[in-house]
Ligand binder design. Structure first.
Ligand SMILES: Cc1cc2nc3c(=O)[nH]c(=O)nc-3n(C[C@H](O)[C@H](O)[C@H](O)COP(=O)(O)OP(=O)(O)OC[C@H]3O[C@@H](n4cnc5c(N)ncnc54)[C@H](O)[C@@H]3O)c2cc1C
Length: 378
């Protein structure tokens, strides 16, 4: 028997769950997730730090807008965010990029301060302040460490509380007209609106539906976790990132995690870390700090999936009525989720572009899929 819904969502990552929670207030949501648990792919592999050292103008506006939700979530959510400094560092070659990032960060936030060697060391005593290492730094004291588990579970609870359903372990295998979906197990679902929130698989899902793909690029990112020196407590260390995409470092349950900020093209898959990327991460940590990465205790990789202009996509496909794109969340799907879910809700329902989103500087044209399809057809 075919189960019917008002909104059928494919993908139980942050995109599908956050938008599902908003749509569930307006009709029956059924969310289909291929894996046995929500957040198994990118959304469970993020380091979930919200900061302004990533993305272009639109992404930063979405990031700024989303902070209020994280800091004062609805009562049904567990606490979602802890304020933690974001420390940006530069070697000599990176100083112009650091200056520009400081200017941008100041345009979104107040608690921004240029640091000298001593005050940078107060934040992170392991920084190697030297002519061939760190020569400049600034801090945004109010970065946000997000709790991805609380975020995903909070949205999932909101979907269920509004009468929606989340069906795990259900991979969509084929998609027919008027959005009749068949799963690998042979179940079928139907809805007038199909939301493609399949992350790295979003183009694949579009092809199943006969919709023109957006040419999204899944790029792999690697994380290593290692022990800090036994005489250093890293618990209160900031998120530390080079002004350009080269290395970041952050405390993680008493240990340190680091990334070489890699972006290796990959296929949609269960991404695994590559030995070389792990070695590069360890090396870059030693370039900028006095830390010695002796033993990697833990490692993982995940896919960050981008549209060509690196701006997330939300909107109905122009070539298929009722097929809604929610894709290309890149490296900022968690920190922009509240804004993107609000946008997706308005676009799905056909209501006015949210005024608060417009006031934040984000327009419909920046977000809708048309911009990418125009590009790919020229
Ligand atoms: C190492 C790393 C660090 C990151 N750090 C940050 C950060 O600090 N801040 C930040 O905001 N973001 C960060 N990100 C990015 C963030 O994780 C992503 O932007 C976000 O998780 C994307 O969410 P999504 O819902 O689009 O994709 P996903 O979480 O991948 O969800 C898509 C889901 O669709 C399901 N699916 C696919 N095909 C089908 C099908 N046919 N049928 C049913 N289900 C299907 C998949 O199983 C998957 O669960 C990071 C990512 C990585 C890898």
């Amino acid at each position: 028997m075919t189960k019917t819904a008002d909104f059928l969502i494919i993908g139980g990552g942050i995109a599908g769950l956050s938008t599902g929670a908003r749509l569930a207030k307006h009709g029956k949501v059924v969310l289909l997730e291929a894996e046995e648990a929500i957040g198994y792919h990118s959304s469970g592999r993020s380091v979930t730090f919200s900061h302004f050292g990533i993305g272009g103008v639109t992404v930063r506006a979405l990031t700024a807008y989303s902070r209020a939700f994280f800091q004062s979530p609805p009562d049904s959510f567990d606490p979602l965010a802890a304020v933690r400094p974001a420390l940006f560092i530069a070697n000599q070659a990176m100083v112009p990029a650091l200056d520009e990032l400081e200017r941008i960060t100041r345009s979104h936030a107040d608690a921004v301060e240029r640091l000298d060697a001593q005050s940078a060391a107060d934040y992170c005593p392991a920084l190697r302040w030297a002519p061939d290492a760190v020569v400049a730094a600034f801090v945004h004291r109010e970065g946000l460490k997000l709790d991805q588990h609380a975020l995903l579970q909070g949205y999932a609870r909101a979907i269920r509380a509004a009468g929606g359903e989340i069906v795990n372990g259900t991979r969509v295998a084929s998609i027919g007209p008027r959005w009749r979906v068949q799963t690998e197990a042979g179940d079928s679902y139907e809805a007038p609106i199909l939301v493609d929130a399949a992350g790295a698989w979003a183009d694949h899902v579009a092809k199943l539906a006969g919709v023109q793909p957006l040419r999204l690029s899944p790029l792999r990112r690697t994380i290593i976790v290692f022990d800090p020196p036994s005489d250093m407590s890293v618990r209160d260390w900031p998120f530390v990132k080079t002004a350009v995409d080269y290395m970041y470092l952050m405390p993680d349950s008493g240990r340190l995690l680091a990334s070489p900020v890699d972006e290796n093209p990959d296929e949609p898959c269960d991404a695994q870390p590559d030995e070389l990327d792990m070695a590069i991460a360890a090396h870059r940590v030693t370039e900028f700090t006095t830390l010695d990465v002796r033993r990697i205790t833990h490692k993982w990789a995940g896919l960050r999936t981008f549209a060509a202009d690196r701006v997330p996509v939300a909107g109905f496909a122009p070539d298929a009525e009722g097929f809604f794109w929610l894709a290309g969340q890149g490296g900022y799907g968690l920190q922009t989720a509240p804004a993107m879910a609000e946008i997706a809700e308005a676009l799905v329902l056909g209501t006015a572009w949210p005024q608060a989103i417009a006031a934040a500087g984000v327009t419909m044209e920046q977000i809708r899929p048309e911009r990418l399809l125009q590009r790919s057809s020229t």
